[in-house]
Design a protein around this ligand. Structure first.
Ligand SMILES: Nc1ncnc2c1ncn2[C@@H]1O[C@H](COP(=O)(O)OP(=O)(O)OP(=O)(O)O)[C@@H](O)[C@H]1O
Length: 498
């Protein structure tokens, strides 16, 4: 029988007490670090920005609105963090709003979802109706007035209709309230990032004309520059990069197919491989089954949320679960960067080794732990696949409105990692992954799934079929046009030089 330390009675408590003592001995003997201890280096490794990344930063310093795109792993999100710091210096912290199309992406940037920033609910109404909805929502109205720079990450999942509606709202509110002439986006500096070859928007209305944001009427006029990052950092193997670049555009040759076939012929996927599924139901089922098979005592970690709705609700769409169930032997994935120098970053996987009490903490932190873990104050000890062992402490996820934290979740930064959804892994880097391509559907999914992996050794596939490799023709056309325009600009600048 499984015991729940948080919800069961005396039996569990007795177990917990003995386990706690053992945990102390464990900590002393094995020198397990706590993710909150001073032993962990929080210094960020110095990453030199590329010339192209620096050019983008410069364009932003000059007040330009920029669309940043590029293949998976070209450092779009990484660059965004530098951009946000720069924008805050230019406009002041409270006037820079950081948003993303999904809760997971928004949380990883400590931002808010685009829809909640905008105050448009589901956004399924006409532009005029949405404008009156926003005008009645005091906070949303104030945000639209206050914002000087708006960052939008994972734009591939925002529809053209929503993009146009937001521009209309920005222009209408700001020209009326600020008394300025009508400017596109009401003069807001826009920084938009994403790769349209990745996951597309979820379209509710049938026959929607403007599926992608680049189909919005205002798209081209919204930006001073549209830049495609070219250097891929996630993978270094030239063969893998070539295959992934092909898959991104729905293309492959016999060499690529041979390589993908080799990934299918691995007898058993590495036991550390994260299984990627398109549907969340499969993810929940596989993780629950594997947890059950271990037949170990379950430890429950209940997230503690603060703030008000609608912000608090957004926390539910983030990466940190409301209730995290773990036991010895569980495969887990880290959801925060806790030791960047040591490689313990978002996406690092490992196995739960034990549960132990944290030593030498401040009273304040003790109470934080007990809020989440109940009376036991036992924290999970993880042996990461890199070999490091670490006790994982409590972390925080914020929903920020400008410089104000409007909601916060405290939770252990781990999720079960036998299985993960392709939607949740967008933006992640994984060492080992396994996926059944039979289940994968739609444009972009195969590319998002496969482009998470760092090297071919870490990729295992089943049911690979070349017909699954497909790119949306509209997206292909958009990128062809973008690169033709760049070529033209280059030619023009050469002619000018002569
Ligand atoms: N200039 C750089 N030099 C070295 N590494 C970099 C550089 N820029 C980014 N990286 C690293 O590249 C990796 C991928 O970056 P990031 O996740 O930002 O890519 P992305 O383009 O947002 O990918 P995706 O589209 O899959 O979300 C990260 O580990 C990041 O630290």
């Amino acid at each position: 029988m499984k015991l729940s330390l948080l919800y069961t009675g005396k039996t569990a408590y007795r177990f917990l007490s003995s386990k706690a003592t053992w945990g102390c001995q464990f900590s002393a003997k094995s020198k397990v670090k706590s993710s909150r201890s001073e032993l962990i280096s929080t210094k960020k490794p110095k990453v030199k920005l590329t010339e192209q990344q620096n050019q983008i930063l410069e364009a932003i310093s000059n007040g330009n609105s920029v669309f940043i795109t590029g293949s998976a792993g070209t450092g779009k999100t990484y660059l965004l963090q530098h951009i946000i710091t720069k924008l805050r210096k230019i406009h002041g912290k409270s006037r820079v709003f950081v948003t993303a199309s999904t809760g997971v992406a928004a949380c990883s940037l400590n931002g808010q979802t685009l829809h909640s920033f905008a105050g448009i609910g589901l956004g399924d109404a006409s532009s005029v109706d949405l404008l009156s909805r926003v005008s009645l929502d005091k906070r949303a109205y104030r945000r639209w007035n206050k914002v000087r720079a708006l960052v939008i990450d994972e734009i591939s999942m925002v529809s053209g209709e929503v993009f146009d509606n937001l521009e209309f709202i920005a222009r209408s509110i700001r020209s009326e309230e600020l008394g300025c002439e009508e400017k596109i986006w009401g003069g807001i500096q826009l920084v938009v990032s994403g790769d349209f070859f990745q996951l597309p928007p979820v379209i509710n209305k049938k026959g929607q004309q403007k599926e992608f944001a680049f189909e919005a009427d205002c798209w081209n006029a919204s930006f001073d520059e549209q830049i495609e990052l070219k250097t891929i950092f996630r993978q270094s193997d030239a063969q893998l990069i070539k295959v992934l670049q092909g898959i991104r555009k729905g293309k492959y040759d016999s060499e690529d197919l041979k390589l993908l076939d080799q990934c299918c012929s691995k007898v058993e996927p590495d036991s550390s491989a994260v299984q990627l599924y398109p549907r969340i139901e499969d993810v929940s089922r596989v993780n629950a089954e594997r947890l059950d098979c271990l037949d170990e005592v379950l430890f429950h970690y209940q997230a503690v949320d603060s703030g008000k709705d609608p912000w608090k609700k957004q926390l539910k769409n983030g990466i940190a679960p409301e209730l995290l169930k773990l036991c010895v032997g569980s495969r887990v994935l880290l959801t925060k960067n806790i030791d960047v120098v040591g490689g313990l970053v978002n996406g690092a996987t490992g196995t739960i080794l034990d549960f132990a009490v944290v030593q030498d903490t401040h009273k304040l932190y003790d109470s934080e732990i007990s809020d989440i873990c109940g009376n036991g104050n036992l924290l999970p000890v993880v042996r990461f696949d890199s070999g490091q062992e670490l006790m994982i402490g409590v972390e925080r996820w914020y929903v920020m409105e400008g410089d104000e934290a409007v909601a916060m979740r405290k939770q252990i930064p781990l999720i079960l990692a036998w299985a993960l959804s392709i939607h949740k892994c967008q933006g992640m880097t994984l060492n080992n992954l396994h996926t059944d391509l039979f289940r994968v559907f739609g444009f972009g999914m195969v590319y998002v799934a496969l482009s998470r992996v760092k090297s071919l050794d870490g990729l295992s596939l089943v049911n690979f079929n070349p017909s699954k490799i497909k790119a949306n023709p509209k997206v292909l056309q958009f990128y062809e046009k973008l690169s033709a325009e760049k070529d033209e600009q280059r030619e023009d600048s050469v002619t000018d030089d002569i």
